[in-house]
Write a protein that binds this ligand. Sequence first.
Ligand code: ZN
Length: 248
Amino acid sequence: MRYLILSDLHSNLEALHAVLDAAAGKYDQILCCGDLVGYGPNPDEVVDWVRDNAALVVRGNHDKAASGVTDAGEFNESARMAAFWTRGHLRPGNLEYLKMLPMGPREVDGRFAILHGSPRDEDEYVSTSFEAVDLFRLLLHRVSFFGHTHLQGGFVKDERGQVNMLFSAIPKDKTFRRMELRPGATYFLNPGSVGQPRDRDIRAAFAIYDPEGAVEYRRVIYDIEATARKMRVAGLPAFLAQRLRVGR
Ligand code: ZN
């Protein structure tokens, strides 16, 4: 069984479609590390697709804010505006779906786990190996996938207990990087963000996981201006469209 790992889709339908085209034939099941909505212009379409296709989904902070589980009070201004816009535009059934999404970590097929932020707090950002060191003892599996930072890569704890960040920047002329998993190491991996990358690569990010021992980090270009146009028409903050153009 191979898994398509998606995170931080953020209502970006063009990015999602590009990812699905690029991943076609490479996976058997779809998993989602949260943040289906927020920022982007197509919340219903993205939630509809996830409901129909993902085998397991954990909630993200934007899913909670848009569905009223939290009040978006800690968001910055443009994120808060997008959360209220999303809440006002989602169909009631999709709002209810987001409200009922489970908190991570969730185990997949008894083998690995998915979560949104960190194993101790679904809203915690894990961006540096310094922040990751303490978390490895809380991971119950050899491999866990997380999101939230929108930074493709993640962390490895090697056979000697050393924690390192995985630098997975994929050159512009390449679309993927394959990483073999070592049996004695523990992995805390981020597939990157489908809908709003922040690692200075504007391409949509995702990962393919083969539990037999490898992860492929992948990137794919999509029509950013089509998404930006819809955001402008919707009245979403211009800053959020600009982020897509610079990838941070
Ligand atoms: Zn996010």
